[in-house]
Design a protein around this ligand. Sequence first.
Ligand code: 6U4
Ligand code: NA
Ligand code: NA
Length: 165
Amino acid sequence: MLNKLLTLVLVREPSRVLLGLKKKGFGEGKWNGFGGKVEPGETILEGAKRELLEESGVVSNSLEEIGLLKFEFVGDPQILEVHVFTSNTFEGEIKESDGSTRIFLHFAEMRPQWFYTDKIPLHQMWADDKYWFPMFLKGSKFKGYFLFEGHEKIVKYQLDEVEKL
Ligand code: 6U4
Ligand code: NA
Ligand code: NA
């Protein structure tokens, strides 16, 4: 069976990372980067750029691929292949939560918010993030495999810092 291709984009400044609270669907209730399924006819990079715009409101022309993560769930033959990108520039306005946009944001899939790099909400993120986020924060590239039982428990994993993906 073919892997399911997904993207994940982490916009960052030197001391902050932009995350979104997922309000519905896969990963509901968790903070994460922006991303989603790669659609037929688009490249993985195009998919990353599109999902970033749809979910956060900003455009990045400097996405750099920094991670490749494979996820398997006990009892499910499908492997999720998540291509992780980062960007340290963007254009446009982040759809952040303030009075004027609250009604609109009520219907949005993600609620964006900046987090200082020493205050990443790992306890409200996917369980694998605590392993690879430190690698991302220090500027390393990484490749990993995680086997989940349900959506919270990691049964086994392998994770390596790499020079090249
Ligand atoms: P639709 O069906 O359009 O609402 P779409 O936005 O295309 O969904 P979605 O939201 O299902 O796709 O994508 C899942 C997102 O979650 C992607 O950005 C990848 C990310 N993701 C999935 N498993 C993850 C995990 N274990 N750890 C992590 N991010 C994960 O940090
Ligand atoms: Na998504
Ligand atoms: Na999508």
